[in-house]
Design a protein around this ligand. Structure first.
Ligand code: AMP
Length: 470
């Protein structure tokens, strides 16, 4: 089975922001996207509406590079949605930058999507047989086609019907000329929060976007909820039957910003720190200093240091002007990236027994380079690698950019083999039990990347989702 056919563009981890009822809707969306930049650096866009018409500006690049006063002036109106797109191999094209906009028999609409749809090959070929022409390789465009091609119904009814036909992870913002609609898949896989600023409502992937604009976090969009925001205020409709929630635990491990509150008011920083404490309880080692792999390892390293009593130090300094190594589009650049991004602090590391904390090992290439760097350039005597999540063994089908199963080092190697590969003196991962102890209501989380238990079944029963990636 060729995964390219089934998943033309499987990586859709992104940041979304929307606002209704503010005279500076586009400006605030720009700020919201700026705060959500960590969720995607490939491209960004904003679509606004003034009650009669939609306006759109989007491009490849970072939010601050794309937008300026002139561009924002071209986005009038009191409604806006915005999107930050995550970079992926082979799909860095403007067509895939969102919001996606379409004009159909009932007017115009735009969509911003965070998450990954599954079974899209089935839906896409059905739509294509009916004459749909796709502009992008993004799964999100399917929703747009489903709405536009509906035979009848008011826009809201069409949107609900369209969304009921798709499966997978979706936190969605849809706007028409007159309203903003926020939808979350019935599992609540990706986060989506509702806030308020003056008389306007805002919706964002993470609450750090609210903080920047001075909005108050009210609640999450509920799993399976469609929240319509218009002149009459809020109208909440449950569009899916209840299923067991499956929030993405990797948002806590790596993806979300530590200053955000996600999944019903849980602080990301607190969880990361507690994961570090738990890691220390599970994998103590005599050492002189604890250092984080910045930035993602910082809260866990603080927790590890507090729990173990070993002093915290900054042993690696990050160049903040280099993108995340993982998302560089070419392998050659990614390998080079670790050196460009991190440099050891020799004064802190020289002749020390060092515990180095990172949030996860994916392919293992980063850890290997970091261990080497700490030992050879930093002069450390011992390097003990500690990971504040369990071994990553399952690819994500719901929007986290984890590679195929073969590429996940822990899916095919024992911990001792991974230790040898990274050349660390010792290696300890957080246990799944330890992770569950720290995450509140952990039974409501998807941990498929750590236990291969996928909450959503593929429609085609014959297809074993993991086999697709062998
Ligand atoms: P690797 O070299 O493939 O093992 O990458 C591991 C590094 O990537 C760790 O430092 C993680 O913080 C980081 N990481 C883990 N998951 C992701 C992701 N989905 N996107 C970007 N970076 C990630």
């Amino acid at each position: 089975m060729n995964k390219k056919i089934l998943f033309p563009d499987i990586h859709e981890e992104c940041g979304i922001f929307g606002i209704f009822g503010h005279p500076e809707a586009a400006n605030l969306t720009y700020l919201g996207l700026y705060a959500l930049q960590h969720r995607g650096q490939e491209g960004a866009g904003i679509c606004s509406a003034d009650g009669t018409k939609l306006y759109i500006e989007k491009s490849l690049g970072l939010v601050a590079e794309i937008f300026n006063e002139k561009k924002l002036k071209k986005l009038p109106g009191h409604i806006a949605i915005g999107h930050n797109r995550y970079s992926t191999t082979g799909s860095s094209t403007i067509e895939n930058v969102q919001p996606l906009m379409a004009t159909y028999s009932l007017g115009s609409l735009a969509i911003a999507h965070n998450g990954n749809l599954i079974d899209i090959d089935i839906l896409k070929s059905k739509l294509e047989k009916d004459g749909a022409i796709f502009q992008s390789t993004s799964d999100s465009e399917i929703i747009l086609h489903l709405i536009a091609r509906a035979k009848s119904g008011e826009p809201i009814e069409r949107i609900a019907n369209a969304v009921r036909q798709v499966s997978g992870a979706f936190s969605l913002l849809i706007m028409t000329e007159k309203e903003l609609i926020a939808i979350r898949d019935p599992y609540g896989i990706r986060p989506l929060a509702l806030g308020k600023i003056a008389d306007a409502y805002v919706v964002a992937s993470e609450t750090c976007a609210f903080d920047l604009i001075g909005a108050t976090y009210i609640r999450d969009i509920n799993p399976g909820e469609m929240l319509i925001i218009n002149e009459n205020g809020l109208n909440s409709i449950k569009i899916f039957n209840s299923v067991k929630r499956a929030h993405c635990v990797f948002e806590f491990i790596y993806f979300a910003r530590p200053d955000s509150y996600i999944f019903d008011h849980v602080c990301v920083n607190t969880i990361r720190k507690e994961l570090g404490r738990q890691l220390a309880r599970e994998h103590q080692v005599p050492a002189d200093i604890v250092i984080p792999v910045p930035d993602s390892g910082v809260p866990a390293a603080l927790g590890y240091a507090e729990e173990s009593g070993i002093p915290f130090e900054f042993g690696l300094i990050r160049n903040h002007y280099v993108g995340r190594t993982f998302i560089e589009p070419k392998q050659s650049i990614r390998h080079f990236g670790v050196k460009v991004k991190l440099n050891p602090v020799r004064e802190a590391l020289q002749d020390k027994r060092v515990v180095v904390i990172d949030d996860s090992i994916v392919r293992g290439t980063t850890s290997k380079k970091i261990v080497k760097m700490i030992r050879e350039l930093g002069g450390a005597k011992e390097v003990h690698l500690r990971i504040s999540s369990p071994p990553t063994i399952g690819p994500c089908f719901y929007g986290i950019d984890t590679p195929t199963r073969q590429e996940l080092i822990a899916s095919s190697h024992r911990i001792e083999e991974i230790r040898k590969y990274t050349t660390a003196d010792s290696l300890g991962y957080l246990s799944i039990e330890g992770l569950k102890r720290i995450i509140p209501n952990s039974h409501l989380y998807c941990m498929a990347c750590f236990n291969c238990k996928y909450p959503i079944e593929f429609q085609s029963k014959k297809i074993n989702q993991l086999e697709l990636f062998e």
